[in-house]
Ligand binder design. Structure first.
Ligand SMILES: C[S@@+](CC[C@H](N)C(=O)[O-])C[C@H]1O[C@@H](n2cnc3c(N)ncnc32)[C@H](O)[C@@H]1O
Length: 270
């Protein structure tokens, strides 16, 4: 399909911004709407965790800007990303902001939409498959399961949670999903234990979901920090806390086998 000219697309000459949820990193988990938006993009600003391996084919002829890393390996600051979106749109470009997962789940999508509104730039949001649900699923962990858990809460582990937040979480009794939680795992698990969660509560950490390097590490609230440390667990990873972890089935391995593996690994490494 040929690209539609800017003047003939009904958007006028102002250009536009489309926030696109890119899913958890695998290209076939892009939505059809995402693929369409990419095909007609003039400029694509993409994140580290968005599927970007074949952007030159998915967005033929578009200017591709990696905002996840700059030459010195630092991410481009949020304010600069917003300025770039607005600047290119005001020049008349159809700008796609390709983000990991869903733009509105711990993805700063709301801030980018507000920046566009403020600048008078037309903006739309295409939802994506969030890692919060899909990455546990890739490790065979359902976030809800009849008779086991009928709710889940998604939290950011970017900053440690407050004592009151931890108490609420521990008291809910449902599944807890933590994004960006590898570094704050010690304070999270200690805080949940202080708030009354059982030390035997199962915890899974699913790293690099949907890649060939996907790995699931399973332990219990009381020992997961030690187990994860010995297994050198790193980001990106989704942490799942709750009884549903017992249902995990990653590849050929069941939750029990995954836990044995982690314990065996810890014994060798220790
Ligand atoms: C800034 S948050 C963005 C979340 C995104 N908006 C979403 O809906 O998935 C980034 C975090 O998402 C999680 N994440 C995203 N993709 C992942 C993947 N493929 N495997 C494991 N974790 C992933 C990690 O916790 C990572 O630190």
């Amino acid at each position: 399909m040929s690209r539609v000219g800017r003047d003939g697309d009904g958007l006028g000459r102002t250009g536009s911004v489309t926030l696109v949820g890119g899913g958890p990193g695998r290209e076939d988990l892009l939505t059809l709407a995402a693929v369409r938006a990419l095909r007609y993009a003039d400029v694509v600003l993409y994140d580290r965790l968005a599927p970007h391996g074949r952007l030159d084919e998915l967005a033929p002829g578009a200017l591709l800007i990696d905002v996840g890393k700059r030459p010195g390996h630092h991410a481009i600051p949020q304010a600069e990303i917003e300025a770039l979106l607005v600047e290119h749109a005001l020049e008349g470009s159809r700008v796609v902001r390709l983000k990991g997962g869903d733009p509105y789940v711990l993805g700063r999508g709301g801030e980018e939409v507000l920046a566009c509104h403020k600048a008078g730039v037309p903006v739309e949001v295409i939802p994506g498959v969030t890692s919060a649900i899909s990455v546990p699923g890739a490790a065979g962990i359902p976030l809800t399961h009849r008779g086991v858990s009928h709710m889940f809460t998604v939290v950011s582990g970017h900053q440690p949670l407050t004592a009151s937040e931890l108490e609420h979480l521990a008291g809910l009794g449902g599944t807890i999903v933590v994004l960006m939680g590898v570094n704050t795992l010690p304070s999270l698990t200690a805080g949940l234990a202080r708030a009354g969660m059982a030390g035997r509560m199962p915890v899974a950490i699913v790293e690099r979901g949907f890649s060939s390097e996907q790995r699931t590490t399973i332990g219990e609230l009381a020992d997961i920090v030690t187990t994860a440390g010995r297994a050198r667990v790193g980001s990106p990873a989704v942490v799942v806390i709750g009884e549903v972890v017992r249902l995990a089935h990653d590849g050929d391995a069941s939750a029990a086998e995954l836990m044995e593996r982690a314990v065996g690994f810890a014994a060798v490494a220790g």
